[in-house]
Design a protein around this ligand. Structure first.
Ligand SMILES: NC(=O)c1ccc[n+]([C@@H]2O[C@H](COP(=O)([O-])OP(=O)(O)OC[C@H]3O[C@@H](n4cnc5c(N)ncnc54)[C@H](OP(=O)(O)O)[C@@H]3O)[C@@H](O)[C@H]2O)c1
Length: 338
């Protein structure tokens, strides 16, 4: 009996938050493999804010997902059949797996699907978070793009999320005073009590701008920016002359319902150095990954994941990045056996 692959294909471009009806759920039999091909069972899918941008027909760093195309997404899979000498059955691979149960990879694309160690030593979802792309993003943001020094004040927005929680903890490892911005009192308590931030500002409280001032009495030296909009403006207004901004993300603008910001005057007034970056520009990440997993082993970096089951719920799970109903790395488990 042939195996069935479920795929979520983009039906039309969502407006605001994503709805199930924005996707077609397609069930297709999996055909015979051709020479050089392997069949990969998708185990985990990385839920990333950039997925929402990929659904939009706007200029971006990759082509938008086309209507009718399987939704693009990163993740981890296991080779379950192989007609390639390059891959063995049982190999773990990571790369763009898409919102589906299975994908076929040709060995000519092997470079885009690097193998993971058979026993990575950490839960697989962590390889998508603190010990993967999120961690590497935070690491280069604070060591290369806007290096933070001991004694300086670092502010991190979306601080309880995947990149932000690692960035704040790296700031502490480097000896900075770290202030996180997150939505809700509980998340803010978590940042201070569990992750060791010096202070946290709840941007959903009415007096959050005053709280940000109180938490940054000497100004802000480095802004690790994940959100944009009013939060970015408020942080930039607190920056010291010549302060540095690692422009990592602008999630407040990704659903297209509001502008991430169109007021750049503070950059002039405060003579800020603002550097945008994409983690994919860093091709050799072994050093970062070694540092991150070392910190996790030593207990200096707490890695957190929210793992949710169910491929068919992927559109609704993605929305949790935008309503904040998760902490740490948000991961979708596709294979219940994983
Ligand atoms: N440059 C790169 O290469 C790169 C790579 C990876 C990620 N990123 C960027 O890094 C940022 C974080 O990504 P992530 O994967 O770690 O996601 P995440 O932080 O785990 O999830 C997103 C968080 O953003 C907050 N948020 C959502 N909408 C918001 C709004 N309108 N105002 C304020 N906060 C909002 C939510 O937290 P609250 O509950 O606190 O609201 C949510 O938990 C994103 O901007 C992403 O695009 C950039």
């Amino acid at each position: 009996m042939s195996m069935i692959n479920r795929q979520l294909r983009l039906k039309h471009r969502p407006e605001g938050l994503v709805k199930r009806e924005d996707f077609d759920l397609v069930r297709e039999p999996i055909g015979e493999l051709q020479p050089g091909e392997v069949l990969v069972r998708v185990l985990y899918i990385s839920m990333d804010p950039t997925n929402r941008v990929w659904m939009r027909d706007i200029p971006q760093y990759m082509p938008p997902v086309a209507i009718g195309e399987v939704m693009r997404a990163g993740g981890i899979g296991r080779v379950v059949r192989s007609r390639s000498a390059h891959f063995n059955e049982g190999d773990l691979v990571h790369g763009l797996v898409g919102w589906q149960d299975y994908l076929v990879i040709h060995e000519s694309a092997a470079a885009a699907y690097p193998r993971l160690p058979a026993d990575p030593g950490v839960p697989l979802p962590r390889l998508l978070g603190a010990c993967g792309t999120s961690g590497v993003t935070a690491y280069y943001g604070l060591t290369d793009i806007a290096p933070v020094e001991a004694g300086e004040t670092l502010v991190v927005s979306a601080a309880a999320g995947s990149v932000g929680s690692v960035a704040g903890q790296i700031g502490k490892i480097m000896g900075a005073r770290v202030v996180g911005i997150a939505g809700g009192a509980e998340k803010c308590r978590h940042l201070v009590d569990r992750l060791g931030f010096d202070a946290a500002v709840d941007y959903k409280s009415h007096d959050w701008k005053q709280a940000l001032k109180d938490a940054t009495p000497g100004g802000v030296h480095v802004d690790f920016e994940n959100v944009g909009g009013d939060i970015m403006k408020a942080v930039m207004a607190r920056m010291v002359l010549g302060g540095r901004v690692a422009m990592c993300g602008l999630i407040s603008g990704y659903t297209g319902t509001s502008k991430a910001s169109d007021d750049f005057s503070v950059i002039i007034v405060r003579r800020l150095v603002v550097r945008g970056f994409l983690v994919f520009d860093y091709k050799k990440t072994a050093q970062a990954l070694r540092a991150l997993s070392g910190w996790v082993r030593e207990g200096k970096l707490k890695a957190e994941e929210t793992v949710v089951d169910g491929l068919e719920d992927a559109p609704l799970v993605l929305n949790r990045l935008f309503d904040g109903s998760h902490t740490g790395k948000l991961v979708l488990r596709v294979d219940p056996q994983a």
